[in-house]
Every structure is written in C-alpha cells, then in structure tokens.
Design a protein around this ligand. Sequence first.
Ligand code: SF4
Length: 341
Amino acid sequence: MTAEATTTAVCEVVDLVKHFGPVHAVDGLSLRVDPGEVLALVGESGSGKSTVGRLIVRLIDPTSGTVRIGGVDVGSMSRRALRPHRRTVSIVFQDPASSLDPRMRVGDIVAEPLRLHGVPRSDRSARVREVLEQVGMRAGVAERYPHELSGGQRQRVSIARALVSRPRLLVADEPTSALDVSVQASVLNLLTDLQRDLGFACLFITHDLAAVEYLADRVVVMYLGRVAEVGTRELIFEHPRHPYTQALLSAAPVPDPSRQRKRTRVVLSGELPSQIDPPSGCRFHTRCPLAEDRCRTEVPALREMSHGSVACHLVADDGTGPDVRDLPDPTQPSRLVERRR
Ligand code: SF4
C-alpha cells in the first residue's frame, strides 16, 4: 500500500483483531475505504463482518490493530478525544425497530447526533427537516414516534439520523435484511441515490450478493475473521480467484444465466466452523474442494495482485489458478460438488 494511498483513505484498518474471550471474531483484517466509494464487506453469518463495522465506528474497542479515520489513528483514542471524529463516521443497523429509541419523537432521534456535538437547537431543526426530506419523508413525521411508522419508514429515519452530521463514511450493516422484501429495493435505491448525490463513502456490510453487484465499487470477501479476497466488483463477479468467492457465487442467483454456463454448482459442506478454535492454516480448508496438505498448516498470505488481493496458496501471483466451478462431477467428493443441469 502506498504512502499516498494511506493519507487519502476515508478509513483504513490494519491488522485489526477483536477477540471476545475465546471467540476470534476478527483476526488480522486490513482494508481501506476510499473517498466516495462503496466498499462491500461480504461474508456468511458468523464471519465477523458486523464486528468490523462496530470496530470502525468505535462502538467496541479492538483487541489490537489500527483504525484510521481520515488519516487519524482513532483506535487508541479516549472516548473524549474521539468525539470530533465521530461526526465523520456513522452507522445504520440491520433492525431499525431495535436501534431507534421508542420513547423519542422522530425529530429528536434524527437531531440527537447534532445535540451530542453541541449544535445549537435553532440550527438543528432546519437540518433535521432537510435530511428527512433527503430520505423521502415529509416534515410532519418529525412529531411521530417510531412505533407509528412502517419498517421501511423506520429505516429511513435511521438513515436520516446517520447522515444528519454529514459523515464522510457511512457504515451500513445489513441495512435491508430485517425489512419486508417489498421495501428492501426502495431502501437500497435510496442509499444508492444518497451516496451518489452526497458523495459519502460507504462500507456496505452484507451477505446479499445481488445487492453487492448492484451497488458496490469494490468488494472484500471475509471468511472466519480474515480477508479471503479483495477486488473490484467486475473482477469479483466475472473472475473470482479465491475458492470461497467462487463457491459463494456459484450458489447465488445471478440475473444473467449465460454467465453460469458450464459451471458446476459448489455446495459447501457444513456450517461455518466455530470462531472458537478456528481451523489451522487456511481457515477455509475444512470446506475447500481444492484443499491440499499445506492448506492445513500454512496460513496463506493476502497477496496483492492486479485489481485486488487474494489469500490462497493455489492462486499464482498473476491471479491465475483453479476454479472450483470447473471441477468435474461426479468424480469429485460428492459432499462438496453437485453438477449444475
Ligand atoms: Fe482452499 Fe488451500 Fe486455497 Fe485455502 S489455501 S482456499 S484451503 S486451496
């Protein structure tokens, strides 16, 4: 990573570690979010991706590692020293029903970050009106309580609260997965429009690959607390290099069926292993159709290649390597591979 890149990132985390007692939620993760980009952080439930979001906004403290916001190391700052930096990073949670205080009116909920940052009351109300309008809500909604709103409206309120202090980075943690399918698209469209119009960077945490393909500029694929692969959206969807990314994509519904011609559908065996005592070597080796002996003992380094990085022993420095979707069936282990029609 170049020195120049380091100074321009909105957010950069280096070797981030978070252990909750014996649980290794995040284990040496590095990533950067550049100004104005949407970086998707993708992984299964239990991969540690939500923990990364909470570490970046400093809702929780890291066990070790660096979190830089706008070039400033906030990882070790006291809560008080951190306060000015809090305005530059906001978070939207999965479930607006539990993240909005039911006793507060919408206007006060949205204004609260401004109040905490000492913005005078007279300036707050104009800004609240403006941001409610930006998320597509009428000004009258400011007088209502969260329980009077639908799930989609409540998530719009959460987004308004997150954007009221004009952050440079929005962390969106599964922002649509608790919503009815019928309103998921409208909230996703809203986030996309706001991101384009207001120009903030977004760390979009999700397991939904269709949403990632729709709005991400770059993608970080996470597996059991570590990065498996990083790449531009085009690279991840057209030429995934890590066997785990390939397996995820083979299982996901993709709008253009021609792209999956002659591909094998890879069914990963079993659940994600426990974050307590994770597998040795490559953490994916217990489910990887290509695992070799060394995968069980040697941790693959995350190596930079054109358009991204990959952590797999079998991927060459030029990015070439096997694709689990090309494995023939039925000669391969049946627990892992199932032929696509
Ligand atoms: Fe599979 Fe080995 Fe690559 Fe890990 S390092 S993804 S186990 S081939």
